[in-house]
Design a protein around this ligand. Structure first.
Ligand SMILES: *Cc1c(COP(=O)(O)O)cnc(C)c1O
Length: 227
């Protein structure tokens, strides 16, 4: 199986409304290109520097797709990130949101953002605590920032062997998503629930994900282990 076939197989298998984000960490421009030529249109990157390189190496093709940041964003990388990315999926504090807003204002770019929820309350993971009130408060704060457009929620979920064990976490994220959507915060247009990876995307979709982030199942196993 090659990247093209892998992508087409998953694309065919999941419902049309589900957006696939290619988790491209450690992959080179040729590998990403192959996936794009097969139809992938959202690239997820964990590292700003890696994304800059891939973006440049891909030439015109880079502009045909959306770039989503799915890693931990350091403050000193925000300016660079704003140049490459259309969306930052990992906002977990008002401070980070404000830092991005300030820099986005300088270049007059409105950027799409998601709130990351630490759905398993894991000490090793970033994200807002998985409580509706906490997520709502951050959403209300982001709503006031003119250069950010809150469009989704994202969660990693604990890494588990059996995807069924992720179900309760996905369900919890969907619940928060549904409640937040229903209160209609001005300037917030909650469209995406980004959850599910190679081993868990099927369960995630069953529980309400409309955006999944896939690496291994498309590209094969990574040479070195990065979360
Ligand atoms: C690597 C990564 C994925 C995809 O993981 P796979 O198991 O390779 O599909 C999804 N989301 C984030 C944030 C990642 O870092």
């Amino acid at each position: 199986m090659n990247i093209r076939e892998n992508f087409l197989k998953v694309r065919q298998e999941v419902p049309d409304y589900v957006e696939i984000v290619l988790a491209a960490k450690t992959r080179n421009a040729d590998e990403i290109k192959e996936a794009i030529l097969a139809g992938a249109d959202v690239i997820g990157e964990n590292y700003v520097q890696e994304a800059e390189r891939a973006y440049k190496d891909m030439g015109d093709l880079a502009k045909k797709v959306k770039w989503h940041f799915i890693g931990t964003l350091q403050k000193n990388k925000i300016n660079k990130a704003l140049k490459v990315f259309d969306c930052i999926q990992t906002i977990d504090s008002l401070t980070l949101a404000e830092d991005i807003n300030k820099r986005a204002e300088r270049i007059d770019k409105v950027i799409s953002v998601f709130i990351e929820i630490n759905i398993g309350s894991e000490v090793t993971k970033s994200g807002v605590e998985p409580e509706y009130e906490a997520v709502k408060n951050l959403a209300a704060g982001i709503a006031k920032l003119r250069y950010l457009k809150l469009e989704g929620l994202m969660t990693m979920g604990p890494r588990v062997g059996n995807p069924e064990d992720s179900r309760m976490y996905f369900r919890k994220a969907k619940d928060i998503f549904g409640r937040l959507k229903s209160i209609n915060i001005p300037n917030v247009d909650l469209k995406y629930l980004s959850m599910g990876m190679s081993n868990s995307y099927k369960v995630a979709i069953e529980e309400g994900a409309n955006m999944i982030r896939l690496g291994t199942i498309i590209f094969g196993r990574r040479a070195c282990k990065i979360r």
